[in-house]
Design a protein around this ligand. Structure first.
Ligand SMILES: [Cu+2]
Length: 326
């Protein structure tokens, strides 16, 4: 019994590896969630010996903002449709887009190999470890070769080309980072939220019984729409406010920006000691050097993002009496 099973498995493995060699597959094996990526379909042969005249790829739900790469000798066309989930693409809501791409009018003999490429973005709602399938069909003069089985089974003759979703490591991906704490803890702490890039966040350590502290960063608006930092919050503070330092007569005072801090299109706004800052009020415990504070920033247009502010020594970046007014 044991021997028979082993032989059967070996025979199946041999048959599959032979078949797998001939499948249409993707050059890419992985794609990062939230990233823009290229997907290249590899066509290793025709349909039962006939030359391939057209190749159609279906775009899976979750892969959006798709553009096909034109190809000499082939006409490219797209089919559009609604997305199940709308996407925020640089501040604009996308509710529909390309759902299939067809290259036609070509002639790819059975003995030749070719590649067909699209580019798109991997939706932030997708989960790492899942496969994303791109069903493909080759059309020849009399028959087709279908690569459309999305069951994930390796035992089928016509598996759909797929790639594996992985999570982004750095938080720098193009456009859709969510401000994970562990990403921000790394040396380069830039976090991207839509058109906004939030860099170099930090807060300063407090003395015992000091109820307030300043938080700082730079915010760059790479888009074409003005935005506003309207509020901040943190588990480290009872509440937070958005402040500016300004001269009142000959005295420097801080005050709350009731309407928020404007982040104009195309500009970088620096929150720094002696200038704009987010203010930790009603601290539940002193901020200690070497620790960090998670701060959630809310922007009028771009929405919310959480950044991790390393807590540095009181003397860093300016005089410690900046917040003496409280
Ligand atoms: Cu303040």
């Amino acid at each position: 019994m044991f021997i028979k099973t082993t032989l059967t498995a070996a025979a199946a493995l041999f048959a599959l590896s032979g078949a797998a060699f001939a499948h249409a597959t993707l050059e890419q094996t992985e794609a990062a969630i939230g990233a823009t990526t290229k997907v290249t379909l590899r066509v290793p042969h025709g349909c039962s010996g006939e030359a391939t005249n057209a190749v159609r790829i279906e775009i899976p739900e979750g892969f959006y903002a798709v553009k096909p790469m034109p190809k000499a000798g082939w006409e490219v066309s797209t089919e559009s449709g609604a997305y199940e989930t709308p996407y925020n693409n640089h501040g604009r809501e996308m509710t529909e887009g390309v759902r299939a791409v067809t290259w036609s009018g070509g002639d790819l003999p059975d003995d030749f190999y070719d590649e067909f490429t699209i580019r798109g973005a991997v939706g932030p709602q997708l989960a790492a470890g899942e496969a994303l399938y791109f069903p493909a069909v080759q059309t020849c003069a009399n028959v087709t070769a279908d690569w459309t089985d999305t069951s994930g089974s390796r035992d089928v003759p016509n598996p759909a080309p797929s790639l594996m979703l992985v999570s982004t490591d750095g938080g720098h991906g193009h456009g859709h980072a969510h401000g994970h704490g562990d990403a921000a803890m790394q040396a380069d702490t830039t976090v991207t939220l839509g058109d906004l890039e939030i860099a170099a966040p930090f807060a300063r350590a407090t003395l015992p019984n000091q109820p307030v502290a300043g938080g700082f960063m730079t915010v760059t608006n790479t888009g074409e729409t003005d935005d506003t930092l309207i509020s901040a919050s943190s588990a480290a503070a009872g509440r937070m406010e958005v402040h500016e330092m300004a001269m009142d007569g000959d005295v420097m005072r801080m005050r709350e920006l009731e309407d928020g801090l404007p982040i104009p299109a195309g500009e970088t706004v620096t929150l720094e000691p002696g200038g704009y800052h987010v203010m930790f009020m009603d601290l539940s415990a002193p901020l200690s050097e070497g620790d960090s504070a998670e701060v959630t920033l809310t922007f009028e247009k771009a929405g919310e993002v959480t950044v991790t502010m390393p807590i540095v020594t009181r003397d860093a970046g300016g005089a410690a009496h900046d917040h003496g007014g409280h």
